[in-house]
Design a protein around this ligand. Structure first.
Ligand code: NAP
Length: 298
């Protein structure tokens, strides 16, 4: 057997799991197919992780990785493609190899769904954000826009209305998908303007975002002055490679409770990739420790 525990994903959940497992004396491998740190690595500032009043997402990720690496955790930049359950052992097949272990922790996170317009990439980190909780404070007193009509978008618009001068909530229909209580609340807030039946067509600004261009169902184009655009149009888990062995819900999240146990003994799911109500750095770290301690007992 190659390893005691193979962790898939080097985000906050995966790296926390690695630190706990390595400190318990286990031989640990992390597989990561993109960048170390996961989603948080792209956040300009983290101000809501206990113990750090301010740290960049990149530095936070680097520190987590350094901590894991110093404990002897190994990292392979490789994509996990299949997990096989052999009973007491598991095999993780990757793009370039194959690793056997006693337990697997899946910590693949989620990807924010993007609008898919060309300008979105250009203004990422220069006005375009995918997390109001993380980045809202940077727009204090400014005008911002939120796009989406689900719980995340509407809750974020409400939260931003307490920080920002004005919030435009852009949604492609005239009805919100969110809970009724939230849609009633958002409609009653004075500094939130609803821009309904509208989609974002383009973004403008010299270096930084200044203008969001929308078009409504009648074809009317509008230029909205906004320094921030919070894109909250849903999230996409990326667990399809494991669908043949573990249970996913209808949205593609791994079905696992607070104990991080999946339907297969010895395979755990930690962080944003599993079914859960709150997806934050703190809850990802919490899951990492829970999953690792359980995996150490396999
Ligand atoms: P969501 O519920 O899937 O809503 C996504 C929204 O984005 C929808 O209004 C959708 O429009 C819109 N949308 C999708 N693709 C778009 C595109 N390309 N362009 C423009 N708009 C687009 O996503 P979410 O709000 O992130 O929530 C995800 C899950 O977490 C949901 O189950 C939600 O209930 C849950 N959640 C719960 C809470 C809570 O407090 N309980 C908080 C946040 C999230 P349509 O409506 O037209 O499809």
């Amino acid at each position: 057997m190659n390893y005691d525990i193979v962790i898939i994903g080097a985000g906050t959940a995966g790296l926390t799991a690695a630190i706990y497992a390595a400190r318990a004396g286990k031989k640990v491998l992390i597989l990561e197919n993109e960048g170390i740190g996961g989603q948080i690595a792209t956040s300009p500032k983290v101000e809501n992780y206990p113990g750090f009043s301010e740290i960049s997402g990149m530095e936070f990720s680097d520190r987590l990785y350094e901590q894991a690496s110093a404990l002897g955790v190994e990292l392979e930049l490789d994509k996990a493609e299949k997990i096989t359950d052999n009973g007491d052992t598991k095999t993780v097949k990757t793009e370039y190899g194959e690793f056997s272990c006693k337990a697997v922790i899946i910590a693949t996170g989620v990807k924010h769904r993007h609008l898919g317009i060309e300008a979105e990439e250009k203004y990422m980190g220069r006005g375009v954000s995918y997390c109001a909780v993380c980045d809202g404070a940077f727009y204090k007193g400014k005008d911002v826009a939120v796009v989406g009509g689900g719980n995340s978008a509407v809750q974020s618009a409400i939260m931003l209305s307490n920080i920002c001068n004005k919030v435009y909530l852009i949604h492609r229909r005239d009805e919100f998908r969110c809970e009724k209580k939230l849609s009633d609340e958002v409609r009653a807030i004075e500094n939130i303007e609803l821009v309904l039946n509208s989609t974002v067509q383009d973004l403008k600004g010299e270096g930084k975002l200044t203008t969001v261009i929308t078009e409504n169902k009648s074809g009317e184009v509008r230029e909205i002055s906004a320094e921030g655009l919070f894109v909250l149009v849903g999230q996409i888990p990326e667990n399809a490679a494991f669908a043949d062995i573990i249970t996913l819900d209808d949205s593609g999240y791994i079905v696992a409770g607070e104990d991080c146990k999946t339907n297969v003994e010895g395979i755990f799911a930690a962080g944003d990739c599993r079914t859960k109500a709150i997806r934050q750095l703190t809850t990802a770290a919490a899951d990492g420790s829970v999953a690792a301690l359980a995996a150490c007992n396999m």
